[in-house]
Design a binder for this molecule. Structure first.
Ligand code: NAD
Length: 354
């Protein structure tokens, strides 16, 4: 099949593209605007495949989208392109409204326009897979509750509100126009190629250079962590086998307080990099508590039993094995993150004739 992956140069999108090229026979069209979060170096291992094609485009650009649909004739769209960082959404929500809401609307309309003229067989097998987050459900205050596919939406941040909005649009395009959609809502991801503004890579890289490890509030916020390659496998299962109109929650059964995550990273670094930067006695000494994020959700936790039961997906990594792999990846791939930290990764974007 031919699959358009939007946001394929991002953290999760690039894991999906690598998985599709390395482990399946599908053809991939990576449609990405290459914002600060898009990094083509994350696709070096697959970019030379003749089953991979890159389109440098914006999901808000309808004319370009129409051309891409007509030219590539996709069987599936996996929609991951988004503005994804909660702190940035608090500082500047406009880009989130534009990409996550208007962009999803524009992509839905382009997909619908293409899909309505397909032959009846291709029309029936077409899928629009919208990739979303568990943050649309708001937060949990009890210790035992879990988000299920029927938990009411109660987003807290501009980011989660914009994703909630896009989820509603996707479901409305199914109900009103019959567009064959599937939706997934996933918990926090971590793993290789994660942009260093997010908690886990930020802590690894700060610790390696002897900088403070800033933890919001008391660090007692609970997140349910999933290794990114497990998420990529789940997404491809849903895109190819999921039932039309259904939603699947995806999670790793790894609920951890933020402070626990940071301490575990420090312990791993003590073992893997015992030679510390000058003046650092123990990595844990670098932990500093900073003013909490406004509206910070306390606890997220996913009930992933539906996708396990119906599609036979289970995560392969435990939190311990996934975190160890992640730290090791950052230790082995300094070129990748140094290019992000010094900004030179964006030169590659310009070099692509973008
Ligand atoms: P990311 O920020 O790493 O990547 C986003 C990608 O989208 C980048 O390559 C960027 O260039 C591209 N993009 C942004 N605006 C675009 C536009 N207007 N047109 C085309 N491309 C554009 O994000 P991520 O962490 O990989 O998340 C991917 C998706 O998964 C998002 O929809 C996010 O909401 C969802 N999600 C993320 C997590 C997580 O923990 N990171 C968890 C659950 C769901």
């Amino acid at each position: 099949m031919k699959i358009i992956v939007t946001g394929g140069a991002g953290f999760i999108g690039s894991a999906v593209v690598r998985h599709l090229i390395m482990d399946t026979e599908h053809q991939v069209v990576n449609l990405d605007k290459l914002t600060y979060a898009g990094n083509l170096a994350s696709l070096d291992s697959v970019a030379n495949s003749d089953r991979y094609h890159f389109e440098h485009s914006d999901i808000c650009d309808r004319v370009e989208l129409d051309r891409i649909f007509m030219q590539h004739q996709p069987d599936i769209v996996m929609h991951l392109a988004a503005e994804s960082h909660v702190d940035r959404s608090i500082d500047g929500p406009a880009a989130f409204i534009e990409t996550n809401i208007v962009g999803t609307y524009t992509l839905l309309e382009a997909a619908r326009n293409y899909w309505k003229d397909l032959s009846s067989q291709r029309k029936e097998s077409f899928r629009f897979h919208h990739v979303s987050t568990d943050e649309v459900y708001g937060d949990l205050h009890g210790t035992d509750d879990l988000f299920t596919e029927t938990t009411p939406y109660a987003p807290s941040s501009p980011y989660s509100a914009s994703k909630a909005s896009s989820d509603h649009l996707v479901r409305a395009w199914h109900r009103t126009y019959g567009l064959p959609v599937v939706v997934t809502n996933c918990s926090n991801n971590y793993g290789p190629f994660h942009f260093p503004e997010k908690l886990i890579p930020l802590m690894i890289l700060n610790a390696l250079s002897g900088k403070n490890l800033p933890v919001y509030g008391k660090g007692n916020q609970v997140r349910d962590w999933l290794y990114v390659e497990d998420h990529a496998r789940a997404l491809v299962k849903v895109a190819t086998l999921g039932l039309i109109g259904e939603t699947y929650n995806i999670g790793g059964h790894n609920e951890k307080q933020n402070i626990e995550v940071v301490r575990t990273l420090c312990t791993l670094l003590e073992e893997l990099v015992p030679a510390k930067p000058a003046g650092v006695d123990k990595y844990e000494d670098l932990i500093t508590y900073v003013t909490d994020r406004p509206g910070h959700d306390l606890r997220y936790a996913i009930d992933a039993s539906k996708i396990e039961r119906e599609l036979g997906w289970v995560p392969e990594e435990s939190f311990e094995s996934g975190l160890r792999k992640t730290v090791q990846w950052y230790l082995n791939n300094k070129d990748w993150w140094q290019a992000v930290l010094n900004g030179s990764y964006q030169m590659e974007r310009l070099g692509q004739g973008a």
